[in-house]
Design a protein around this ligand. Structure first.
Ligand SMILES: O=P(O)(O)O[C@H]1O[C@H](CO)[C@@H](O)[C@H]1O
Length: 328
């Protein structure tokens, strides 16, 4: 594998999207250098993922059972972890770095409600310049650490007119817009040690966990703020146009963001159970108007996330408690 700078994502390792290797075989050329595209699935071979997982398991002395990905402004989900062992992304071999505000760039391993957990305080997005396989590579690391359940959270714009800012949408399905355009974290040769060539994605979002979360929402007295719906991931970093939002609504999408779907695909490919939710941080306009309020912005996204951190933490903690008790 080439280790030239041209292969780097933003501040990342030497595994990038496209390689220019003078020794390479059949390829195009740029400034006289041959260009050999690297399929996504070859960016992080099994052995490299294994090395990263070993580093985390040895460094923490734990084999976490539940993995959590904190959405924008939801980093406090990792702050409730007890006896935390913290790994800065920069110090983890071959790990990318977080470049987005509201994503601290730390992996936190410890216990929560008796269960062993690992949480990403900061995820990787396609718009940061990372290929999808790199964005979702930590999910495979989780798998090789021993994780069986993925909890993926995100901040999202509410398209369903019944949703209010601050509501929580439990994801029961997704529309993969990047996949419609031919992009996938699984693109390239398949390594069966992770999963099958053609993974099925119906029933990706675990129904038992959704039902348990609904019950927990009732017990917390927030049932009117909890919905079940469909999330769609767009490439970003721009927010959507009105015409795009109208189209998404017609497709049955309830909330829109720029993450999570490729993580869920990667998790289902390696047979992890998935629970995911969107915190609705802004309402998306689906009609034309002159209102400045209709324009989404990341400051608002993070400010709303901050006001709902407590409820999100409680939901996650209670659900993890149920999983832990059921397996004890
Ligand atoms: O999906 P998370 O990481 O929560 O972040 C969401 O918030 C950012 C936009 O404000 C985008 O990155 C979008 O995907």
């Amino acid at each position: 594998m080439c280790s030239r700078d041209c292969c780097s994502g933003p501040g990342g390792s030497n595994r990038g999207n496209t390689c220019t290797d003078k020794k390479g075989g059949k390829a195009g050329s740029l400034n006289g250098e041959k260009i050999i595209p690297t399929p996504q699935s070859l960016l992080y071979p099994y052995e490299v993922i294994e090395e990263i997982a070993d580093f985390i398991v040895k460094g923490s002395g734990m084999r976490p059972k539940i993995g959590i990905i904190c959405g924008s402004g939801l980093g406090s989900l990792a702050d409730i972890i007890q006896d935390p062992k913290i790994f800065e992304y920069e110090k983890i071999p071959n790990f990318p770095v977080s470049t987005v505000e509201g994503h601290a760039g730390r992996l936190v391993v410890g216990t929560l409600e008796g269960a062993t957990v690992m949480a990403m305080q900061g995820r990787f997005h396609f718009y940061e310049g990372y290929p999808l396989a790199k964005c979702s590579m930590p999910v495979r690391v989780m798998k090789l650490c021993g994780v069986e359940y993925l909890f993926a959270t995100n901040a999202a714009g509410g398209i369903n007119p019944r949703f209010a800012v601050g509501d929580i949408m439990l994801m029961h399905d997704h529309v993969n817009m990047l996949g419609f355009a031919g992009n996938s974290p699984l693109q390239g040769p398949n390594d069966p040690r992770f999963g099958p060539r053609f993974p099925a994605l119906v029933n990706s979002y675990n129904k038992d966990l959704i039902n348990k979360a609904i019950e927990i929402g009732k017990a917390m007295g927030i049932e009117s703020n909890i919905h079940v719906g469909v999330y769609s991931c767009l490439g970003g970093p721009n927010y959507e146009t009105i015409a795009e939002l109208k189209a998404l609504r017609m497709m049955g999408v309830d909330a829109v963001g720029m993450s999570t779907v490729h993580e869920v695909i990667t998790a289902r490919h390696c047979d992890m159970k998935v629970f995911a939710f969107s915190l609705i941080t802004n309402k998306c306009a689906t009609e034309y108007s002159d209102k400045k309020d209709d324009e989404a912005n990341h400051e608002e996204v993070m400010a709303v996330a901050k006001t709902r951190q407590k409820a999100c933490c409680e939901l996650v903690a209670r659900l993890i408690r149920e999983i832990h008790l059921a397996s004890a």
